[in-house]
Ligand binder design. Structure first.
Ligand SMILES: [Zn+2]
Length: 128
């Protein structure tokens, strides 16, 4: 059994500037991965909010993938998923895709939760 070698790096939170020592398996991480690690480690308000946003969006994306994986063209999930960040940020209130009078896929953000709706023969709705 071998443990991957760890390398200690200095990472700076892009929001508050706090400097953190982090261990990564790579000796030469990208600026992006250092920044992501700093955000993951930092407890400032912006870092906490960004982590919450990323977790919410990931959960909602999983729900969209699951909800629209069968019975509709794959473009429904492919179009709805990228809209999640704009919904979370408040740039848009709601996005819906209508394929025919019988099918509508809709995603909205209420300020706390995403609402993901599929109106088909059967209507289902989740709050995450
Ligand atoms: Zn911070």
């Amino acid at each position: 059994m071998s443990n991957p070698e760890k390398h200690v790096h200095t990472a700076v939170c892009p929001f508050c500037g706090q400097v953190t020592q982090i261990e990564l398996e790579t000796a030469e991480p990208s600026d992006q991965s250092l920044e992501a690690a700093a955000v993951k480690a930092c407890e400032c308000g912006e870092a906490v909010l960004l982590r919450r946003k990323q977790a919410k969006i990931a959960d909602a994306k999983d729900c969209i993938t699951e909800k629209f994986k069968s019975g509709v063209p794959s473009c429904v999930a492919e179009l709805l998923a990228p809209a999640l960040k704009y919904l979370f940020d408040g740039a848009i209130d709601e996005i819906s895709i209508k394929i025919n009078p019988e099918f509508t896929g809709k995603v909205a953000f209420t300020g706390d939760n995403f609402t993901i709706e599929r109106k088909d023969v059967l209507k289902t709705r989740e709050e995450i």
